[in-house]
Write a protein that binds this ligand. Structure first.
Ligand code: PGA
Length: 253
């Protein structure tokens, strides 16, 4: 069964108490939400993981994600947080390969591939982000760029491991800009991603993997994007910081 997902990416926002309040508001607004084919994931700063995982223990279909993990498992790496440490908080997911990690912090495809392996070994489900920059789309290189990102990230994984991953297609030109891919542009790329997954991991994995759209997805445009057959939900930045907006997006799934 293909799961539909609304994932919030809080980025570098929310003090500890603000984050706990936001998670509580989302839980309260959702009420008795229970749908086995839907998941809601909050990707928070590390400081919130345990507190929100504790709140979500009592709720159905709500999960916590980190936004990154270390390339290392333990040792003298000041400031780092390992995949196992993240798992020990109760978090079940980790975003890897976000364009801000790639472009601001210099993460390469190879580093991201290594992090995916560490996350899977720790029992975390990676939310793997891919997507092209504006100049790459303007030069019609977007399919090749995304194919390369997928190939390096997934090439050493077993089909079973691939099935533990969520993909987020996030065109870099749409992130935080107010420019959204059209539903047709999103569908075209999601379909392409699904066909690439079929090549790496097999048709049944491709059919069941969730592929999220991210990049200025909000309460107004979510329902038209999510109506596309290969768009299984969204990774939401700015609009996820307002509980009512995020809930509208959840109800658009
Ligand atoms: P945005 O961010 O919704 O604010 O564009 C999405 C993301 O970066 O995951």
């Amino acid at each position: 069964m293909r799961i539909r997902i609304a994932a919030a990416n809080w980025k570098l926002n929310q003090s500890y108490s603000e984050g706990i309040n936001l998670a509580n508001s989302i839980t309260n607004l959702l009420g008795n939400f229970s749908d086995e084919s839907t998941k809601i994931i909050l990707a928070t700063p590390f400081i919130h993981l345990h507190g929100i995982a504790e709140i979500f223990k009592r709720a159905f279909g709500l999960h916590v994600a980190a936004q990154n993990c270390s390339l290392y498992t333990s040792g003298a790496f000041t400031g780092e947080v390992s995949a196992e440490m993240i798992r020990s908080t109760g978090a079940e997911y980790v975003i890897l390969g976000h364009s801000e990690r790639r472009n601001i912090f210099g993460e390469t495809d190879e580093m991201i591939a290594q992090k995916i392996k560490l996350a899977l070994a720790a029992g975390l489900n990676p939310i793997f982000c891919c997507g092209e920059k504006l100049e790459e789309r303007n030069q019609s290189h977007h399919f090749q760029v995304v194919r390369n990102q997928l190939m390096i990230a997934l090439k050493d994984l077993t089909p079973q491991q691939v099935s533990e991953i969520v993909i987020a297609y996030e065109p870099v030109w749409a992130i935080g800009t107010g420019l959204t891919a059209t539903p047709d542009e999103a569908q075209e790329m999601h379909k392409f991603i699904r066909s690439e997954i079929a090549t790496f991991a097999g048709a049944s994995q491709a059919e069941s993997i969730s592929i999220l759209y991210g990049g200025s997805c909000n309460a107004k445009n979510a329902s038209t994007l999510f109506a596309m057959p290969d768009v299984d939900g969204g990774l939401i930045g700015g609009a996820s910081l307002i509980a009512e907006d995020f809930i509208k997006i959840v109800h658009s799934l």
